[in-house]
Structures are given as structure tokens and as C-alpha cells.
Design a protein around this ligand. Structure first.
Ligand SMILES: Cc1cc2nc3c(=O)[nH]c(=O)nc-3n(C[C@H](O)[C@H](O)[C@H](O)COP(=O)(O)O)c2cc1C
Length: 166
């Protein structure tokens, strides 16, 4: 039986939606850990696969995710690893943000790494956040949406790797 842990942080809910989608799609036993809720971290050693997901704000992944990666770098480097971000940008810019989001050694080690797109929950934003995101969306012609196909592909890669090992 394979064991996967999805560790994530989500400001307004997008990363959480993606984590739950992965939870449904990945084969075997899957646990979720939301670092924003200060849920106590389960024992990482009991998982063979760990997925880390966060979102990009002002070009950076959440500090709680950056700190998690830093302090658990050695353990994560010994696991089957998947890394994802949510962000509004796509293409080159999203790839750059993904590149900077996780330590290089983990990025190189990961089985799969991807960006899943972004959403905007206006009712959860303050005035400044609405203004900033409106500017980004307008000036760059971005569309807030999630790439369901990328999420499915990510889950498939994680699951098919399980088959190889089985
Ligand atoms: C204040 C603010 C700043 C943001 N900055 C960026 C950014 O620099 N680059 C980007 O691609 N997306 C940016 N976004 C979009 C978020 O990454 C996107 O809304 C994502 O869905 C947030 O996920 P979460 O609600 O799970 O944290 C920003 C969003 C907000 C609200």
C-alpha cells in the first residue's frame, strides 16, 4: 500500500481545491496537511511520496511553504516528490515563478513539478489585493482559471510511479 502526503498552504482556497483534487485522483492512501491551519505535521518518514503545494503572491511562494521545504530538505530529498504552485501567470513567467518557488535540489529531485493556474476570490480580498490583482490581470491579459488537465497529469505521474514500484 502506498502512502502519499500532500502538504500545502492556501491563502484564499485555490491551492486547497487543487490539493483535494489530487487527493481524489492519486491512487493508494493519501493524507492532506494544511500548513495554514497549523495542523500538526504528521511523521514524514511514514510516507513514500510527498507532494508540496503553495501559491504565488508578489512573485513568491508562501513563507510557511518555503520554511517547510528548507527545514525538511534532507527528508524530502529521500522521497518520491511532487511540487506544484498556483499562480495567475502562465507560460514563461509561470515557469520562472515555479523555478524560484522551491529549493533547486528539490526541484531537480522531483518526479513532477507544475503550475496549475490561479483563481481570484474577490470577496475574500481587501481593497489593495483587489487593486493589485486587477492590474496584473488587465495589463497582462490573464484569465483566472485552473488547468484541470495539468492536475490530472500530475496525479497520473505520481500514481504510475507507484505502479512501477509495486
Ligand atoms: C495580493 C495577490 C498577489 C498575487 N501575486 C501574484 C504574482 O505575483 N504572480 C502570480 O502569478 N499570481 C499572483 N497572484 C495570484 C494567486 O497566485 C492566485 O490568486 C492563487 O489562486 C492563490 O491561491 P490561494 O488562494 O490558494 O493562495 C496574486 C494574488 C493576490 C491576491
Amino acid at each position: 500500500m502506498h502512502n502519499t502526503l500532500i502538504v500545502f498552504a492556501s491563502n484564499h482556497g485555490t491551492v486547497e481545491r487543487c490539493a483535494r483534487e489530487l487527493f481524489k485522483l492519486i491512487e493508494g492512501k493519501v493524507d492532506l496537511c494544511n500548513l495554514n491551519r497549523r495542523e500538526s505535521l504528521p511523521d514524514l518518514m511514514s510516507y513514500d511520496t510527498i507532494i508540496v503545494g503553495g501559491s504565488i503572491h508578489y512573485g513568491k511562494i508562501q513563507k510557511v511553504i518555503a520554511d517547510f521545504c528548507k527545514s525538511n530538505q534532507t527528508v524530502l530529498a529521500g522521497k518520491r516528490l511532487g511540487l506544484f504552485i498556483n499562480c495567475l501567470y502562465t507560460g514563461e513567467k509561470a515557469a520562472q515563478q515555479l523555478e524560484r518557488a522551491f529549493p533547486e535540489s528539490l526541484a531537480r529531485h522531483a518526479l513532477v513539478r507544475d503550475y496549475f493556474g490561479g483563481e481570484l476570490y474577490k470577496q475574500k480580498m481587501n481593497f489593495w489585493e483587489r487593486f493589485i490583482t486587477w492590474q496584473i490581470v488587465r495589463s497582462e491579459g490573464l484569465e483566472p482559471l485552473l488547468f484541470k488537465d495539468k492536475i490530472a497529469r500530475f496525479a497520473q505521474i505520481i500514481s504510475s510511479y507507484h505502479h512501477e514500484k509495486a
